[in-house]
Design a binder for this molecule. Structure first.
Ligand code: CU
Length: 168
């Protein structure tokens, strides 16, 4: 039979860190590792849309609360605040990164500190008003990936060597 629906199903590319739906591509996602008992952490990624759309929510079974946050300087104080949504312009990448936009995960479930991958669902509204989701398996890392560019030959195993607890 001719099944001509290449975009209907979400797919996980073989290249590390790329997940896409028809309208939204997510690259280089990572979530900051926590120590046992830690209540919150942040998830980061690069989002790119093939049409104008709006990120409306994030969720994970490992966090009771997930919000989209922005960090910005207010005077000389770094402030973090929840935003209702994130608008993506067609074709323009938006990077969620430490010190800027991030997915804030709070009220973490017990056992989060042992995760090496975090399931994370991003919800978005398309231009025609339908709500869609894309679910990622986000690597848990102590620090931002060294090369979050599109360089080939990523060896994510190497990054796990850097998981010693850091003091901030
Ligand atoms: Cu935050």
């Amino acid at each position: 039979m001719h099944q001509n629906k290449p975009w209907v199903v979400f797919f996980v590319a073989l290249v590390w860190g790329v997940v896409a739906s028809a309208q939204l591509q997510v690259k280089d996602a990572w979530v900051r590792a926590v120590v046992p008992g830690q209540q919150g952490t942040g998830a980061f990624m690069t989002l790119q849309a093939s049409e104008n759309l709006t990120i409306t929510a994030a969720s994970s079974p490992w966090a009771a609360v997930a919000q989209i946050h922005n960090m910005a300087m207010e005077g000389n104080v770094m402030k973090m605040a929840a935003v209702d949504s994130l608008a993506l312009q067609s074709g323009q990448a938006l990077t969620l990164k430490p010190g800027g936009y991030h997915v804030m995960l709070m009220d973490l479930k017990e056992g989060f500190a042992k995760l090496t991958q975090l399931p994370l669902t991003i919800s978005f509204k398309t231009a025609n008003g339908s709500t869609q989701t894309v679910t990622l398996q986000v690597p848990v890392m102590a620090n931002a990936p060294a090369s979050s560019s599109r360089a080939g030959g990523m060896d994510s195993k190497d990054h796990s060597q850097h998981m010693e607890t850091m003091k901030h």
